[in-house]
Design a protein around this ligand. Structure first.
Ligand SMILES: Nc1ncnc2c1ncn2[C@@H]1O[C@H](COP(=O)(O)OP(=O)(O)OP(=O)(O)O)[C@@H](O)[C@H]1O
Ligand SMILES: [Mg+2]
Length: 324
């Protein structure tokens, strides 16, 4: 049922503007792959290319090994959940979910209603079927949009920032639900976000994009611990980039310790500011032991740093570091 998706050297421009540049990515069957990048980097354009709303200028998009060039949108078996859900406000929940099946005119009324029961109960919205769209919360609308796509049994599900219109608390709750649903259905999913925390928590694979190009693809841990470039390091979490003995390193704030155990990456500097975060304290330190005397953001355990004050000169160490 679920498919493998491959993009091979895909390029696309809107007129003269190059939106996607020689982009290659492999999306494994049943995986949850996230396209992560700043506004305007080409995420939505990539989804539109995969679904067939746009055609690449060059390169290939393959679903289960079949080149999709020339295959119409409705023949591709690709579902699309949009940022604003694009639900029909004048139709009920049930009518929204049934919409795609009705226009296909392949199934009887009973078959359609059976499918509605299955999909709505798997998403926990079976009690909402007779409601109007305006009577739903943001999270419920999101599930209706998902149901409307899933009922067509897509081989690949594309989601374009589906949580961005929810408030922070609901976003985290729906994010967990989404993860569960994807896991249960094992549906190949390509998900778009510019929220790095969302990407880290949901994905099997993250593809980091900038200006239409793929900068790195890997597991959330690879992207976080072993970024290939400064852009990725900086975009996915907080990163200190510093130069020591002519080499450039990336160190996350939580990789610093005051207690010096191994002494293999010692630093020193003056504390410029302190922010109490509960279990941690975040310090901005003017470093004086690196090549370029960078400002460093370091998170120390609160218990460890009780005596530190703004203006103090301290020695500290990086217990972990990554050479860029
Ligand atoms: N229909 C269009 N005509 C011309 N240029 C476009 C069109 N759609 C997008 N673009 C341009 O293509 C580039 C990529 O746009 P895209 O919508 O894919 O970005 P995005 O990563 O989805 O951004 P966001 O996070 O803001 O949604 C941008 O420079 C954008 O201005
Ligand atoms: Mg977009």
């Amino acid at each position: 049922m679920n498919a493998k998706l491959e993009l091979k050297n895909v390029s696309f421009s809107f007129g003269k503007e190059n939106a996607i540049n020689d982009f290659s990515l492999s999306v494994e069957e049943g995986s949850f792959t996230t396209l992560l990048g700043p506004s305007g980097c080409g995420k939505t354009t990539l989804l539109r290319l995969i679904s067939g709303f746009l055609t690449p200028d060059s390169g290939e998009i393959l679903i289960d090994g079949v080149n999709q060039n020339g295959i119409e949108v409705n023949e591709r078996k690709v579902g699309f959940v949009f940022q604003d859900y694009a639900l029909f406000p004048h139709l009920s929940v049930e009518q929204n979910i049934a919409y795609g099946l009705k226009i296909q005119k392949k199934l009887s009324k009973t078959e359609i209603s059976d499918k509605i029961s299955v999909v709505s109960s798997s998403l926990g919205i079976e009690d909402l079927l007779s409601r109007n769209i305006a009577e739903l919360s943001g999270g419920q609308q999101q599930r209706v949009a998902l149901a409307r796509s899933l009922i067509l049994e897509p081989k690949i599900l594309l989601m374009d920032e589906p949580l961005s219109s929810l408030d922070t608390k609901l976003r985290i709750k729906v994010r967990e639900e989404l993860k569960e649903i994807q896991h249960k259905l094992h549906i190949t999913t390509v998900y778009v976000t510019h929220d790095q925390e969302e990407a880290l928590s949901l994905s099997t694979k993250i593809a980091v994009l900038n200006k239409g190009e793929l900068l790195q693809a890997g597991t959330p841990r690879q992207i976080y611990f072993e970024p290939k470039n400064v852009f990725t390091a900086d975009f996915v979490g907080k990163a200190n980039i510093l130069k020591k003995s002519e080499k450039r390193y990336m160190i996350r704030p939580e990789w610093f310790k005051i207690a010096q155990k191994s002494q293999n990456f010692l630093l020193s500097g003056t504390i410029l500011s302190e922010e109490f975060l509960g279990s941690k304290c975040r310090f901005i330190i003017q470093c004086d032991s690196t090549d370029e005397k960078e400002l460093i953001t370091a998170d120390f355990d609160t218990i460890e740093c009780e005596n530190l004050k703004i203006g103090s000169h301290i020695s500290f160490e990086a217990v972990k570091f990554w050479e860029l």
